[in-house]
Design a binder for this molecule. Sequence first.
Ligand code: ACO
Length: 328
Amino acid sequence: MNEISVGILGTGKYVPERRLTNQDLEKMVDTNDEWIVSRTGMRERRIAAPEQATSDLAYEASLQALQAAGLTADQIDLIIVATITPDMFFPSTACLLQEKLGAKNAAAFDLSAACSGFIYGLANATGFIKMGMYKHVLVVGAECLSRITDYTDRNTSILFGDGAGAVVLGQVPEGRGFKSFKLGADGAGGDLLRICGGGSRLPSSEQSVNEKRHFIEMNGRDVFKFAVRVMGSAAEEALAHAGYTKADIDLLIPHQANIRIIQSALERLNLSEDKAMINLDRYGNMSAASIPLALAEAVEEGRVNEGDCLVLVGFGGGLTWGASVLIW
Ligand code: ACO
């Protein structure tokens, strides 16, 4: 019997209404629009309303993905939420989402791989479906990074935004769907990008909060170098594993961390900028939500056609990285 082909049946996205512009940030920290645009490509980000948490953003994106897939919530067998900003330690955001959706037949778990989380989630979901355990899996990348960002730190506050993207995976016609995954990790670089406070090593205390250990700490320069190195190589390895070449790529869906990182990946892959989906100017870096949201927008804008070769590629805290080749 031939192996099942697994692909995307529907996509969805959600961003909160409030915009945080570079001009707003100029009033908050010592920075300016010219610096932010030239160093990152970012112009504005979305910020969740006070009453919104990650599962609320995930819910809106999931409703759209279910509708696009033509499925009801009770037809979902598994929910995977990739996030570094869960509503709470536990229950998982995936369980909170399951309840909101009424996806009563679904198992549910969260996945922690920072900005690579969505690609890790896709790989998991594909494996479950290929082994015949589940038919339909909802994979969500959702973040409220504004809740873990120090808005007095100009190194990090300019980068992050809130949002969610979701996809439903299931069987697709032979020849289409996910052709390969390349996942990687390098725990030795964990201290380049992290939050120490509030975990079992440094439980929340008055001191940990005063020292701002509950916010993102980042060595931007070293993360940048790592990202430039890994984005191109992960994409190339995923292509080789699938039996494709750079010339086959119709659209690159990269993690939206910095325009200069995306440009260096494009250079390595011999692609022009119009071959990449770029929306970081409007949303900033939304960690696990960036790739699914960029994919959902590419679909919405009619940039993805049947049979197209898409490469999804990202990197993030951990350190982690992931790439996948998807025939639409
Ligand atoms: N406005 C003005 N000046 C600034 C700002 C700012 N917002 N931020 C830093 N600077 C200053 C620095 O202090 C430094 O000044 P100095 O030379 O006097 O020390 C100067 O600008 C240059 O700083 P660099 O850090 O070298 O700037 P760089 O060009 O590397 O850009 C940036 C910084 C944008 C953070 C870049 O390194 C980057 O994008 N790194 C990757 C970050 C990333 O992708 N993080 C992923 C997070 S994903 C996740 O898992 C959550």
